[in-house]
Design a binder for this molecule. Structure first.
Ligand code: GLA
Length: 733
């Protein structure tokens, strides 16, 4: 069988079959048209080793000598042929290729591998998208005569020896997506997620790269796993020098047992190669997102509206009058979508009760949500509503009526002596693997969307799924698929409704949930300083139009920090912009800056939500510069951000990356300008700047070539810590 070569956008994937199974010979730089006879790649055989070269398969197997993490683990519970007319050795399959096809456009491949004696087939789908993003998934079918218990089916890509360092992301509530980095050594680096949801600490991206790879330099091989349940991501670095970067669903004991003829499909592993650092990986993901037909944002003509969310404004205080005032105040500023957060439904006065009873609270809303929705719509805004459909409080009508719908490790309900998992925010999980429970939730959400003019759901999920079982068996897998079906069914019935994936902030941010939702809530932390890092790394994979980003109150509710309005505004601008604050109480200056920011956002969201993300590489870790450059390089927005006190007296000249070196640009500082500053004496402690005089170019702007701006840069003003400067670049002539 001939090798298959998938190529596009500077990336090649080469698959060989000469050893009987599918082998990924190369994933990385484009190889051009001419591929030599791959027999030349056969490795030497060292002493004290297997007598044949070991194959690093698309699905690594011990039957080919692979002693790293196996691609497939499972068994037939010790059954042997004589007793059960099934082969007993399915624990070590020898899957060999029976078919390998490449699509006509050359960008995708379908590979069938089979082991008739073990009774297993695996079909692998590989797609290399325009822009360079690679998708891989496998489907395993039990073709044998008895049950097959699946323990693990992983999806891997090879990483070459040039990769010396690994970067992945981790976090916690209010501090999602922080990078960590180490040198690759022998052994396996595993990131396990047993949260039953993606998890605050899940690694949105795992990237291996050449020594010192950075935002805009080095070769990088990076993956993301598109799954919202338990999972493991790993880099397996073997004694023979080979490395595999991969991921698998983390299955519970006995969770997947395939009857004859049944199949299991892995989530998709997304992989991107870049020869220009992490920004190149980001570019591949953005291109893929924006090419999807259901993508919401500039590229599909559906601009992201300015949001006001009520959570940090009123919390559970859902009195109509203040909410109407808030809506008026929001409309005056130019808000386009008003989102009513938690607290509107039956019995929900605080977070101890009500989840599961998705009826508008008659005591609080005697005329339903209509008076608020009509007011909001009348002011020209869309209305959005918070829901948390997967959860239930024991203090709710639904929990009292259907105790058996509450998930736990026991087959019996808690009312019949079964044990419940520990509570988390006083809540439990509703068993969506139970068709009656699923239907109940679907019907209530469907009714809400049918009876009210709701354009947007903030869909929350506020606890880990611990000891999660259905009829005495672990069932995170089934629950995750049932939640996906719920999203899909509601989207099909209400195609215009947008859905946000929120999970105590960013605990469900992944490409599985994003196949059926329209944005994520990156974090419950609205502190602009924290948000700078959270958004930089969330946006390493997700384009800004999918990342909700709100200006919070002056005193951050989650950290207690106080930030100037210009820093909060510039930070929120680089996302799907909104506010989450009782803006009725904002000072005149704050309201003026908010109004100007909303105008800026409306003017520039076309650019922000279609351009290429750039992140400068600067030596001082407290100084950052990031931006969005138009695809045609005609304009750009940059933010220079000072996270903490800088080592040097002045920030120095900072290069503006990503512009066309041959064109001339005009650079202007557009926030803060004198109009945004407090009307107090020069040098006042409230000023974002600490300097006797600003850099020469700042007052009237600068004109220079893209090459000059990138290589020489512009001297930045002396910004105080936790402040930012917004710059705009436009081509001249
Ligand atoms: C979670 C969300 C918040 C808010 C509250 C409401 O914590 O992440 O944004 O919606 O729930 O209870």
């Amino acid at each position: 069988m001939h090798p298959l070569h998938l190529r596009t956008s500077g990336t090649s994937l080469l698959l060989a079959f000469d050893r009987g199974e599918a082998e990924m010979v190369h994933w990385g730089a484009d190889l051009g048209d001419s591929i030599p006879d791959l027999a030349l790649l056969r490795s030497p055989i060292p002493h004290s080793a297997l007598d044949v070269p070991v194959v690093a398969g698309l699905l690594p197997q011990a039957s080919s000598g692979w002693l790293g993490r196996p691609g497939l683990r499972g068994h037939r519970m010790g059954a042997v042929e004589a007793e059960h007319s099934v082969p007993g050795y399915a624990f070590s399959p020898a899957l060999r290729v029976v078919a390998a096809e490449q699509s006509e456009d050359g960008r995708s491949a379908r590979i069938v591998q089979s082991d008739a004696e073990a009774g297993l087939d695996v079909v692998s789908e590989l797609v290399l998208h325009e822009g360079g993003l690679l998708e891989i998934s496998h489907e395993l079918t039990n073709t044998g005569g008895g049950a097959y218990q699946l323990d693990e089916l992983g999806v891997v890509v090879p990483v070459p020896a040039q990769a010396a360092e690994l970067l992945d992301l981790t976090g916690r509530w209010c501090r999602e997506n922080h990078p960590q980095r180490h040198t690759i050594q022998q052994g396996t680096w595993v990131r396990s997620g047993r949260h039953g949801r993606t998890g605050h600490d899940s690694s949105l991206l795992v990237a291996a790269g050449t020594p010192g790879f950075a935002n805009r330099s080095g070769r990088v091989w990076a993956v993301h796993f598109g799954w919202s349940g338990n999972h493991e991501q790993y880099l397996d670095s073997l004694a023979d020098g080979r490395r595999m970067l991969g991921a698998t669903e983390l299955l519970g004991s006995g969770e997947i047992v395939l009857a004859p003829g049944e199949s299991y499909r892995t989530p998709i592993l997304y992989a991107a190669y870049s020869d220009r650092g992490l920004d190149g990986v980001t570019d591949a993901f953005y291109r893929w997102f924006r090419s999807r037909p259901n993508h919401v944002g500039t590229t599909s003509g559906r601009q992201r509206p300015v949001v006001l969310n009520t959570w940090e404004a009123v919390y559970f205080d859902h009195r109509l009058e203040p909410l109407l005032e808030l809506a008026e105040s929001a409309a005056e500023l130019g808000v386009e979508r008003f989102v009513l957060d938690d607290g509107w439904f039956r019995g929900r006065r605080d977070d101890h009760s009500g989840l599961g009873d998705w009826y508008v609270d008659e005591a609080l809303w005697p005329d339903g949500l209509t008076p608020l929705i009509e007011k909001v719509n009348g002011l020209g805004m869309e209305f959005g509503l918070w829901v948390e459909p997967e959860m239930v409080n024991l203090d709710s009508d639904v929990a009292r009526a259907h105790p058996d719908w509450i998930v736990g490790p026991s087959a019996a309900s808690h009312q019949d002596g079964g044990r419940l998992p520990l509570e988390w925010r006083h809540q439990h999980v509703i068993d969506l693997a139970n068709p009656d429970a699923w239907q109940y939730i679907y019907d209530l959400l469907d009714a809400l969307l049918t009876e009210n003019n709701i354009a947007y759901l903030k869909w929350d999920q506020n606890r880990d799924l611990t000891e999660h079982g259905h009829r005495g068996r672990p069932s995170v897998h089934e629950q995750t698929l049932a939640v996906y079906r719920l999203f899909d069914a509601l989207k099909a019935a209400h195609p215009g409704v947008e859905i946000e994936s929120c999970s105590s902030g960013g605990a469900r941010v992944d490409l599985g949930v994003l196949q059926r939702t329209d944005r994520v809530w990156a974090s419950d932390c609205n502190d602009a300083l924290e948000r700078q890092t959270i958004q930089r790394w969330t946006q390493a994979v997700l384009p800004p139009e999918l990342v909700g980003s709100h200006v919070g109150p002056t005193h951050s509710h989650t950290t207690g920090r106080v930030h100037d309005i210009t820093f909060r505004a510039i930070t929120a601008l680089f996302g799907h912009f909104g506010m989450e604050w009782d803006i009725r109480e904002a000072t005149d200056r704050d309201r003026a800056v908010l109004k100007r920011t909303i105008e800026l956002y409306k003017r520039h969201r076309g650019l922000l939500h279609s351009g290429e993300r750039v992140n400068a590489d600067l030596a001082d870790p407290n100084l950052k510069l990031h931006g969005v450059v138009a695809q045609d390089r005609s304009e750009a927005l940059f933010a220079a951000v000072v996270h903490g006190s800088l080592a040097a007296e002045v920030p120095g000249r900072v290069g503006l990356p990503g512009l066309d070196p041959e064109r001339t640009y005009r650079i202007e500082a557009i926030m803060p300008t004198s109009a945004d500053l407090p009307k107090t004496v020069e040098g006042d402690a409230e000023s974002p700047f600490a300097e006797i005089s600003p850099p020469a170019w700042l007052a009237d702007g600068a004109t220079a070539s893209g090459r000059f701006l990138a290589e020489v840069g512009l001297p930045l003003p002396v910004l105080r810590p936790e402040h930012a400067l917004l710059l705009r670049a436009t081509t001249v002539g």
